[in-house]
Design a protein around this ligand. Structure first.
Ligand SMILES: NC(=O)c1ccc[n+]([C@@H]2O[C@H](COP(=O)([O-])OP(=O)(O)OC[C@H]3O[C@@H](n4cnc5c(N)ncnc54)[C@H](OP(=O)(O)O)[C@@H]3O)[C@@H](O)[C@H]2O)c1
Length: 264
């Protein structure tokens, strides 16, 4: 299969590129920073906030292969902090990278898949796309946007043989924690005294989280399925339980559990 993955310089993207290429797929991946190269993987420089760059990246795959069987929208980052103190630029940047970045790629990929008679679109949301995480509100909003967009897209494209899958990872040890931009000054901590402890607990969960190779193994199985599920929560048992609890429990009860867990 011809597979295009965004953001393969580290974390999930790197692990998926490694795994899928080793299985014989023709893997193309985007990156911005210089990074260690995986033999057999085709690297394309692209910035997801730049439409021309995205268009050129997709064209490079089409020039080489003439088709895209699987598109994996993985590139993303997080901006953390109390929402009151997150600037409008932060809000806009968070959506521009995580949500608009995906939209820009899909604008290029969708006509290709529709004309070739099918394909799989795999978009990375998060458990934070299923529940609003305290002090990660901008990030959660960007992932909720991905959830809503993909739900509509799935219905619109089902007659074209296009399968839309959303991945909701829990905490994994990737470059994500170090890349997170966190609002951080004395006034913020004075106004929101629980912020520092909550962020520390989130970062601890991430850095001690699952390994990206585990997720790459799951993705390898998903792309082989003729009829994959709409959603895959790939997470620890406790985090899977949290997703189930959100469906099951009254809102106030679930919010009380989240407050305790995130120390807010
Ligand atoms: N790690 C977790 O616990 C976790 C949990 C749930 C969901 N996720 C999601 O999983 C996806 C992958 O994250 P990760 O954990 O693997 O983090 P990561 O190791 O930091 O990798 C993120 C990738 O996205 C790329 N990227 C970021 N901003 C970009 C931009 N503006 N233009 C182009 N590429 C950009 C990075 O490319 P460069 O470094 O080359 O710039 C990098 O390759 C993200 O969508 C994230 O939200 C992660």
């Amino acid at each position: 299969m011809v597979i295009l993955i965004t953001g393969i310089s580290s974390g999930f993207g790197k692990a998926m590129a490694e795994r899928l290429s080793s299985e014989g797929h023709r893997v193309y991946g985007t990156h911005r920073k210089d990074c260690e190269r995986i033999a057999g993987v085709h690297y394309i420089k692209a910035e997801v906030t730049d439409e021309a760059s995205v268009q050129a990246a997709v064209q490079e795959v089409l020039d080489a292969e003439g088709r895209i069987d699987v598109f994996i929208n993985n590139a993303g980052m997080g901006i953390g902090g109390p929402l009151e103190f997150c600037s409008l630029e932060d809000a806009s940047r968070q959506m521009d990278v995580n949500w608009m970045g995906m939209v820009r790629f899909l604008h290029q990929v969708l006509p290709v898949m529709r004309k070739q008679g099918g394909g799989k679109i795999i978009c990375f949301s998060s458990i934070g796309g299923l529940m609003g995480l305290p002090f990660q509100g901008l990030y959660s909003a960007s992932k909720f946007a991905i959830e809503g967009y993909c739900e509509a897209l799935r219905l619109e494209t089902k007659d074209f043989g296009i399968k839309v899958v959303v991945i909701e990872p829990g905490d994994f040890a990737t470059g994500f924690t170090a890349m997170r931009k966190s609002v951080d000054d004395a006034a913020v901590h004075a106004a929101y005294p629980k912020y520092a402890g909550s962020l520390a607990s989130i970062e601890k969960d991430e850095t001690t989280g699952l390994k990206p190779a585990y997720l790459a193994g799951k993705i390898s199985k998903i792309i082989k399925k003729k009829n994959p599920a709409h959603h895959y929560v790939i997470a620890s048992p406790l985090q899977k339980l949290a997703v189930f609890a959100k469906w099951l429990l009254p809102g106030k009860c679930f919010a009380a559990i989240l407050s305790l867990y995130y120390k807010v």
